[in-house]
Write a protein that binds this ligand. Structure first.
Ligand code: HEM
Length: 407
């Protein structure tokens, strides 16, 4: 068994390695990653349930072994250190309270129609062609347009934002190619921070009714977000709002089309869509793993995690653990896997889960309705070389270009 999670084969298909680790070494020391890898469902839940032992603030709590004084690392830490997802209590709870009040399903409910219109417009552009690259022509532009619209970012800026955000993704996604992830990330972060500071100044001159403005005005227990917190968390929402959802759409559609009987079920019974999206999240979600820091020495399954060590709870492995999900390697859109961990669990449970699910249901429902002959193109898609974000580089699709395809 090749135990290197960074090897090309394991990045393309990590599931055999996860299965081996769950059975033989559930708390595994990975030398290439310099971290402990946790693979069983119950253990991953335990990591999320004990934030005081498994901290999220990788920028302040991380041991000297991992920290570095390089300017690029400092520059990234300064901004990402304000991100909700990298804070621990009590700061996490204060920030979450403030952000949550601007990000409720009720506030987002109005986006339903607009998401549908955006999907139809994107499909109208390609439908007569009978072919498209699903990633670049739908799975990227849809969530990017939606989150940009919610935040009051002009759509015309999306191309340069995408370029900055891709550089940040090299670091956050744990790129395993030759790039220097910190140099990449600091360049992307600096550009995004400048961009949002400028937008914030505009907002203060002429307030608009969008998420950025709600964040500026948000109040929770008499507290407000600072300007730096608003800007940093705008970068977080923008990043989290598109990168992951693009991959949910891409991974989900890819697996459905590889399992034509499952796709046919959805076509025949659109009411299965709700559960199908959960099953696709479980089967091959966009965030396979994340990083926590041990705040104590922890004996576990015969190993001892030392205070300051990096710990990697593997969501993708937990979601394929047969101890939790019977026959876990089978994709079954009727399964309804309610306690999957694709959005994590506990206090860091994804704030955007509602929006991501909405977009996925609308996209899949619309595709199967408008393009019933939809199928994978001939090329074999490749997975991006990343550890913490899982998505396809491209996804060529084909369909009969003369089929009835009105919205
Ligand atoms: C399918 C798409 C998505 C997946 C799989 C996903 C997954 C996750 C995961 C696993 C976490 C916890 C990370 C950790 O503890 O280290 C998280 C947190 C978070 N996500 Fe998502 N996410 C998705 C979409 C979104 C969207 C669309 C947004 C916003 C528009 C968003 C905003 C956030 C935020 C703000 C947090 C931090 C919550 C906290 O720390 O309290 N996510 N997400």
């Amino acid at each position: 068994m090749d135990l290197d999670l960074k090897s090309w084969r394991n990045v393309q298909d990590p599931f055999p390695l996860y299965a081996w680790l769950r059975d033989h070494d559930p708390v595994h020391w990975s030398k290439p990653l310099n971290a402990w890898v946790i693979t069983r469902y119950a253990d991953v839940v335990r990591v999320f349930d004990r934030p005081e032992t498994f901290a999220s603030d990788r920028f302040r709590k991380i041991d000297e072994r991992y920290a570095s004084r390089r300017p690029a690392v400092q520059a990234v830490a300064e901004v990402l250190g304000h991100w909700l997802v990298f804070r621990d209590p009590p700061d996490h709870d204060r920030l979450r309270g403030l952000l949550q009040s601007s990000f409720t399903p009720k506030q987002l409910e109005s986006s339903r129609e607009w998401v549908q219109t955006t999907v139809d417009t994107l499909l109208d552009r390609v439908v007569a062609r009978g072919t498209m690259d699903f990633i670049s022509e739908l799975a990227f532009p849809l969530p990017a347009t939606v989150i940009a619209g919610l935040m009051g970012v002009p759509e015309t800026d999306l191309v340069r934002i995408k370029a900055w955000s891709d550089r940040l993704a090299a670091y956050l996604g744990g790129a395993v190619d030759e790039r220097d992830n910190f140099v990449e990330a600091s360049a992307g972060v600096a550009a995004l921070v400048d961009y949002f500071h400028a937008l914030l100044r505009e907002r203060e001159r002429g307030p608009q009714d969008d998420l950025m403005n709600l964040m500026l005005r948000a109040e929770h227990g008499g507290e407000h977000l600072t300007r730096d917190e608003v800007v940093a968390n705008c970068v977080l929402l923008l990043f989290a709002g598109h990168e992951t959802t693009t991959n949910l759409l891409g991974n989900g559609l890819f697996h459905l089309l590889r399992h034509p009987a499952q796709a046919a079920l959805l076509q025949a019974y659109p009411e299965l869509l709700h559960g199908a999206v959960e099953e696709l999240l479980r089967y091959d979600g966009p965030v396979p793993a994340t990083v926590k820091i041990a705040t104590d020495d922890i004996p576990w399954h015969g190993r001892t995690i030392a205070r300051g060590d990096m710990v990697i709870p593997c969501l993708a492995s937990a979601n394929r653990d047969p101890r939790q999900f019977p026959d876990p390697d089978t994709l079954d859109v009727r399964r309804q896997p309610e306690r999957h961990l694709a959005f994590a669990a506990g206090m860091h449970f994804c704030l955007g889960a509602w929006l991501a699910r909405l977009e996925a249901r609308i996209v899949l429902g619309t595709l199967f309705r408008r393009l019933p002959s939809l199928a994978l193109g001939p090329a074999q898609p490749r997975w991006k070389p990343m550890l913490f974000l899982r998505g396809l580089e491209s996804l060529p699709l084909v369909w009969a270009s003369d089929e009835r395809s009105e919205p």
